[in-house]
Design a protein. Structure first.
Length: 724
C-alpha cells in the first residue's frame, strides 16, 4: 500500500497494528506525526468509517497539520474524522448535550484571564483580602483541584484544615456558582463536565462508545487525570486505543499532567502492543548525543535508545556571558554569523528561555541589531485588551447570561457608568436573583443610580438588544463590522492619533480580517462556532511564518516545533532548572525533561548560554551555571569565546569583574561557586545566602542571611561555610 511505502520497519509495524490497543513510544524527532497520520489513513483504507475514529491532540495547530496530511493520503474522507484538541472535541460534545447538565448550548468558554477576573470579583463579593488571597494564585489552585477531579465538596470534606482552607473553599464554591449562573465554563470544566454528563446520562455515553471504534491520542504523556478518565470511559468493550507519546517529554506536571499515565499504560489497558520509535530524523548526532547524555540522569523513565543516521554535525556551543545584556549581545552576533554561514531564513532560528521575563534584554538587543523577531506566548493577539473587548461584545450577543463579558464592556467605549453604579446594579441583581442583563432592562427600579446614568444604561441595553436580534440575520462578519462601526471605536482611535491608538486600530482591523477569513472557510458557521475557536486558541497556534522573524518563546511553547538553529538561554541554577535544591527529585526530573525538549528542537546547531550575573526580582543575582550544562557529554560540546575578546585580544571587563576584582580568589574561595547570591550552610546557623563580601583575604567579612537565624556578619577564616 502507498500508505506504508515511506515508513521505516518499526513505524510500519506500529501503523499495521490495528487488532489491539497499542502504545507508541516516540522519541524526539522520530516521525510521531507521520506514524499517527499514516495509521489513521491505514484504518480508513482497512474498512474503518472516518466518523468512527476519534483523534485527540493538544493544539489546534497539530490537529490541522494532521488532518491536512491525512487528506493527501485518503482525500476528503479525512473531513469526517473526529479530530481536534481535547478541549475542542469535548466542547463540541457538551454543546450537543448542555441541557442535560443545566447549561444552554450557547455557553461561554472562559480562558485563564476571564477566570482570574471572575475569581477577583468573587473575592471582592466575599470581602476577603486580595493581598492575602491573590486572584491569579487562587485561580491556579482551583484549576489544580479540577485537574485532579477534586470538587468543592471533596475539598471541603478532605482538605479543610486551616482558616485559609476555609476561605479557599468559599471562593471555589462561589466561583463555580457564578460560572453556572453566567452559563459559562472554564477550560477545566470542558474536561470535567463531560464526565458528569456520561455519569448522569448512560445512554449518551453508550452512544459515543458505539460511535468510536478507534481512539488515538497524541502527546499522551501530557494527559491529566480528567483526560485519562475520559479516554477510559470511551474506550469500552471493542474500542481500540492507540496512544503516542514520550515520557522524556513530559513537561506539564505543574498544570496537572500525570506522567504515570504513560508509564503505566500497559497495566491500564488490556492486551497492549508496545512499539518504540527510536530513530531520530531531526537532529545531528552531536545534538542528539548531548541531549541523551542529560536525560539519562532521570531514573523515572521508559528505557529507549534514541539514535540517528544524520551527520555528526557541529558541536553544541556553550557561551559564557557577563550578564543578560552581554548574553543578548552575544546571541545577536551569533545569529548574524549563522545567517551568513548557513544561508538560512530568520524563521529557522529560535531563542528559548525558561520564563517570559527573560525576553526583555533579548528584544532590546535584537531591535538594536535590526533583527526582526516575534514572541510566542507573550501578549497573544486574542488576549489584547481591545480585541478581547470586541470578542466580549460577541459573547454577550451569543449568551446574555455572561456577566463577566457584560461587565467588561459596560464602559467600552466610555459611557460614564461608574463602578459605584455597577455595584448597585449587581446588588439589585443578586437580591432579585436575576441576570445582570435583565437588571439593565429594569435599571429605573435601581433607585440608587442617578437618572443620567440610568439613561446611559438604557441606551446601552437597546444597542445590545438590536444586535441580539441581528445576529441570526447577518453573517458573522457583517454583524461584527456593523457593531464596530456603530460603537465608533475605529474613529476614536484614529482621532487620538497616537502610536498606541494606531496599534489598537490595526488590531481591531486584524480581528475583522480574521472573522472574515473564518466566515469564508466555514460558510455556515455561527457566532458560537467562532467564539469556541477563539476561546480554545493556544499561543503556539499563532506562530506566523509568512514573514521573516526570529522566534522567541518559552521552552514549554516550543514543544512539537523544530528549528535549524536554537539558543537555550539563562542556563543557571534557580533559573533553569527553576527548582531549587529543596524541591523533590520529581521536580528536578521534570526540569531535566524540559531541557531535553529544548535541546531536541534543534536540527543543525544548538547554543547553550549562561551568565555570571543576572538582574532578577529587582536585584542582581549571582548563580552557578546550570547542572544541565555539566551533564552534557563533554565530547559533544565546544566553549565559544566572547567575540569582544577575539577582536580586542583581551577580556572585556564586566560589572561582575569591577565589583569583585580578585577578592574571592584571595579568600581561597572558588569564583565559580562562592559569591554574592550563593547558598551556603553553617554547622550552627544552618542554610543561608551570601548578601555581601567586604575586604579581601582571610580578614574579609561575609554578610549572610540565614533562614532560621537572620542576618550574620562573619570573618572569612572563621566562617566554616560549605556550599549548598
Amino acid at each position: 500500500m502507498k500508505i506504508l511505502e515511506s515508513l521505516n520497519p518499526v513505524q510500519r509495524e506500529a501503523v499495521e497494528c490495528i487488532k489491539s490497543s497499542q502504545m507508541i513510544v516516540a522519541g524526539a524527532g522520530s516521525g510521531k506525526t507521520k506514524v499517527l497520520t499514516h495509521k489513521i489513513a491505514y484504518l480508513i483504507e482497512n474498512g474503518y468509517e472516518p466518523s468512527s475514529i476519534l483523534a485527540l491532540t493538544f493544539t489546534n495547530k497539530a490537529a490541522q497539520e494532521m488532518k491536512e496530511r491525512i487528506k493527501k493520503l485518503v482525500g476528503k474522507k479525512a473531513d469526517e474524522i473526529w479530530m481536534g484538541t481535547f478541549h475542542s472535541v469535548f466542547a463540541k460534545i457538551l454543546r450537543d448535550h448542555a441541557d442535560k447538565i443545566g447549561y444552554s448550548r450557547n455557553f461561554s468558554i472562559y480562558d485563564r484571564e476571564d477566570s482570574v477576573q471572575l475569581v477577583q470579583h468573587v473575592i471582592q463579593e466575599l470581602e476577603i483580602s486580595q493581598d492575602l488571597y491573590i486572584p491569579s494564585r487562587i485561580q491556579h489552585k482551583i484549576s489544580n483541584q479540577k485537574n485532579h477531579l477534586i470538587t468543592v465538596e471533596n475539598y471541603r470534606q478532605n482538605f479543610v484544615v486551616t482558616l485559609a482552607d476555609q476561605h479557599f473553599v468559599k471562593i471555589y464554591e462561589l466561583y463555580d456558582s457564578r460560572l453556572k449562573e453566567n452559563n459559562a465554563m472554564d477550560f477545566d470544566d470542558l474536561l470535567i463536565k463531560p464526565l458528569v454528563l456520561f455519569k448522569n446520562e448512560p445512554k449518551i455515553l453508550a452512544n459515543y462508545r458505539n460511535r468510536f471504534k478507534y481512539i488515538l491520542v497524541d502527546e499522551y504523556q501530557d494527559t491529566n487525570k480528567a483526560q485519562y478518565n475520559l479516554i477510559k470511559e470511551l474506550s469500552f468493550n471493542k474500542t481500540k486505543v492507540c496512544v503516542v507519546g514520550d515520557d522524556a517529554q513530559s513537561i506539564y506536571g505543574w498544570r496537572g499532567a500525570d506522567i504515570s499515565n504513560i508509564l503505566s499504560f500497559e497495566k491500564d489497558f488490556q492486551k497492549v502492543q508496545i512499539y518504540k520509535l527510536e530513530q531520530n530524523y531531526r537532529s545531528t548526532k552531536n545534538i542528539l548525543n548531548g541531549a541523551n547524555s542529560v536525560i539519562s540522569n532521570n531514573k523515572n523513565q521508559l528505557k529507549k535508545n534514541l539514535w540517528t543516521e544524520n551527520k555528526e554535525g557541529e558541536k553544541i556551543s556553550i557561551i559564557r556571558c557577563s550578564d543578560e545584556k552581554d548574553e543578548a549581545y552575544q546571541i545577536s552576533m551569533q545569529i548574524k554569523k549563522e545567517i551568513q554561514k548557513r544561508k538560512i531564513s530568520l524563521n529557522d532560528i529560535a531563542i528559548l528561555y525558561r520564563t517570559n521575563a527573560q525576553s526583555r534584554a533579548l528584544e532590546d538587543a535584537l531591535r538594536r541589531e535590526k533583527l526582526p523577531y516575534q514572541i510566542i506566548g507573550g501578549v497573544e493577539f486574542y488576549r489584547r485588551k481591545e480585541v478581547k473587548d470586541i470578542v466580549a461584545y460577541l459573547r454577550v450577543l451569543a449568551n446574555q447570561s455572561d456577566e463577566e463579558s457584560l461587565l467588561r464592556i459596560m464602559n467600552f467605549p466610555q459611557r460614564g457608568i461608574g463602578n459605584t453604579s455597577i455595584e448597585k446594579m449587581l446588588a439589585f441583581s443578586r437580591r432579585l436573583d436575576i441576570t445582570f442583563f435583565k437588571t439593565m432592562a429594569r435599571i429605573f427600579e435601581v433607585i440608587e443610580v442617578k437618572e443620567r446614568i440610568q439613561k446611559n444604561v438604557k441606551q446601552f441595553k437597546l444597542l445590545l438588544d438590536k444586535y441580539v436580534q441581528l445576529k441570526d440575520k447577518l453573517s458573522l462578519y457583517e454583524l461584527t463590522s456593523a457593531l464596530v462601526d456603530e460603537l465608533g471605536i475605529i474613529k476614536t482611535f484614529k482621532e487620538e492619533n497616537t502610536k498606541d491608538s494606531m496599534q489598537k486600530n490595526m488590531n481591531i482591523q486584524e480581528l475583522l480580517n480574521a472573522i472574515h477569513e473564518f466566515s469564508q472557510k466555514n460558510k455556515n458557521a455561527t457566532i458560537d462556532d467562532y467564539l469556541a475557536e477563539v476561546s480554545l486558541m493556544a499561543s503556539v497556534d499563532e506562530l506566523n511564518n509568512s514573514t521573516q522573524h526570529i522566534t522567541l518563546m518559552t521552552v514549554h511553547n516550543a514543544k512539537g516545533l523544530e528549528f535549524d538553529v536554537c539558543f537555550i538561554i539563562g542556563l543557571e541554577e534557580d533559573l533553569f532548572p527553576i527548582s531549587s535544591k529543596y524541591d523533590t527529585d520529581a521536580d528536578i526530573e521534570e526540569e531535566r525533561r524540559l531541557f531535553y525538549v529544548a535541546c531536541t528542537r534543534a536540527k543543525e546547531k544548538l547554543y547553550l548560554t549562561h551568565a555570571r550575573s543576572r538582574y532578577r526580582f529587582g536585584e542582581v543575582a549571582y548563580q552557578d551555571r546550570s547542572r544541565f550544562i555539566n551533564e552534557v557529554d563533554p565530547a559533544t560540546v565546544f566553549n565559544e569565546k566572547d567575540p569582544t575578546e577575539v577582536r580586542s585580544g583581551r577580556k572585556r571587563k564586566s560589572f561582575y569583574d569591577d565589583l569583585y576584582n580578585d577578592d574571592l580568589d584571595e579568600l581561597g574561595l572558588d569564583r565559580r561557586t562562592y559569591r554574592v547570591g550563593s547558598r551556603v550552610s553553617h554547622e550552627v546557623f544552618g542554610s543561608g545566602k551570601i548578601l555581601a563580601i567586604e575586604g579581601n583575604g582571610e580578614e574579609a567579612k561575609i554578610t549572610i542571611h540565614f533562614e532560621d537565624h537572620g542576618k550574620k556578619k562573619m570573618v572569612a577564616k572563621y566562617a566554616r561555610l560549605s556550599l549548598i
